[in-house]
Design a protein around this ligand. Structure first.
Ligand code: TRP
Length: 445
């Protein structure tokens, strides 16, 4: 079989949309607003921004430089530069399988809610509705399947013709919808309480554990630590200014997170609810809010469409990390890789979905499948991957080689070279290392 020609982004704008699409996801829409509110509002936002600059930008540029230098997938890239680090790529690809395993389930829930808002909204008590739906055996799996097929279809169409093309439509639409919902939310009577909860700086809540939470959130939100940016960077042409890209993408991701806070929290408070964490906020509290709002079904529908777009542009990046490995290293065709890998991941998806109901009592290390896949990746594999990348660039491959790749032997400016060198060698690995040790419980804040 003939080796497939490696894909390439058609434009710099397309690459930025796809990369921002990977970053902007469920992590921005429900996790950030809640974390900010809980951990001291404006004070948390400030710390978050600092970490985006020192760690987020640094690791993103590092991953992009590895990807573009090697023009390889996450595993192949490390193997090409230093085979002692191949395992870092391996845990990245493994993370892709595991994250997508449960991401598909949540994506399916979002589709179910879109259908629900199209046909009159969520009926009865939203908590009972949500609980009944996710714990049933068959229906959530069907919606997860629809989501997984949509993801696979886009990835199967290729880099420029699939991922880039669809991201270029979905990302701008997402921002427009987010701004519409935000305007509705902040103009509701009683929105002020939500704004206060969200933004009023309370430095007394800025505990070490809040800082750890901010760091973990930067990581997940920017899609770092699993070779996602290596893979996307590998489809870049050599002239691209990746320093600029590694600046713009975190800027967009952070803007989306901040906007999500304005879209969600004022509405929640205006109707007298308390913001709950995670799925509860998105699938129970918000539907309750939309049910009471004038034209609530329309805003509910717009909101869940934007959530779907955010989720899809993230899920395609996760699948592409796995795909790229089998296409580059095992010479699979894109068609074979996409559908075989998606099929394997769907087994994990079925387990994750059943973990909400029939299999909820089946626990490994005290966690059901859904929580287990989430925990292993977010708390162990991703920080480990990010830490190893810093060590790899700082002390093995070398910052000068990375800088030469970024500058294209002097053809492209690299304004932040001094800053980045210090950040990648010292600041980022130290910060990520501390969070990592905290997360796996070796040190406790
Ligand atoms: N960043 C996405 C979000 O905020 C999730 C995501 C996509 C991700 N690809 C990733 C997280 C790679 C970690 C690694 O929801």
């Amino acid at each position: 079989m003939e080796q497939e020609k490696r894909g390439q982004w058609a434009s710099s704008f397309g690459f930025i949309m796809a990369t921002a699409g990977s970053a902007i996801g469920l992590g921005n829409l429900w996790k950030f607003p809640y974390l900010a509110g809980e951990h001291g509002g404006g004070a948390f936002v400030l710390i978050y921004l600092l970490i985006v600059v020192f760690v987020g930008f640094t690791i993103m540029l590092g991953e992009m430089s590895i990807g573009r230098a090697t023009q390889r997938n996450a595993i192949g890239a490390y193997k090409a530069l230093n085979s002692k680090f191949t395992w870092v790529g391996v845990i990245g690809v493994l993370s892709g399988f595991l994250i997508l395993g449960f991401y598909n389930v949540v994506g399916g829930w979002v589709i179910k809610y879109i259908i629900q808002f199209l046909t009159g909204g969520v009926s009865g008590d939203p908590a009972v509705f949500f609980g009944g739906f996710v714990s049933s055996a068959v229906e959530p799996i069907i919606w997860a399947f629809v989501f997984a097929v949509a993801t696979a279809f886009i990835v199967w169409r290729g880099i420029a013709g699939g991922i880039e093309k669809y991201s270029k439509v979905m990302m701008p639409t997402l921002f427009i919808l987010l701004i519409i919902v935000m305007i509705r939310s902040v103009t509701l009577p009683g929105a002020g309480a939500g704004l206060e909860y969200y933004l009023k700086p309370d430095f007394s809540k800025l505990t070490p554990s809040a800082i750890v939470a901010a760091l973990g959130q930067v990581f997940f939100s920017l899609s770092l630590g699993m070779g996602c940016m290596i893979t996307y960077g590998s489809y870049l042409s050599k002239g691209e200014n990746i320093e600029k890209d590694a600046f713009v993408v975190p800027l967009m991701d952070t803007s989306a997170a901040l906007l999500a806070g304005f879209a969600i929290l004022p509405a929640v408070f205006a109707f007298g609810y308390e913001p709950g964490a995670g799925p509860g906020l998105m699938f129970i509290t918000l539907p309750a809010v939309f049910a009471e709002m004038p034209f609530g079904n329309i805003f509910g529908l717009l909101f869940f469409i934007l959530v779907l777009f955010a989720a899809l542009t993230s899920s395609i990046s996760l699948l592409e990390v796995c795909n790229a490995y089998f296409i580059d290293e095992h010479k699979w065709s894109r068609t074979k890789a996409t559908w075989v890998i998606s099929g394997v991941i769907f087994i994990l998806t079925i387990l994750s979905s059943l973990a909400q109901g029939p299999l909820s009592g089946f626990l490994i290390f005290g966690k059901n499948f859904f929580d287990l896949f989430d925990y292993i990746t977010s708390n162990i594999l991703l920080p480990l991957g990010g830490l190893m990348m810093c060590i790899f660039i700082g002390y093995v491959w070398g910052v000068d080689k990375a800088a030469a790749e970024i500058m294209q032997n002097g053809k492209v400016a690299f304004k932040s070279r001094g800053f980045w060198t210090i950040a990648v060698k010292y600041i980022a690995p130290l910060a990520v290392g501390i969070v990592f040790l905290n997360m796996i419980g070796i040190i406790k804040f």
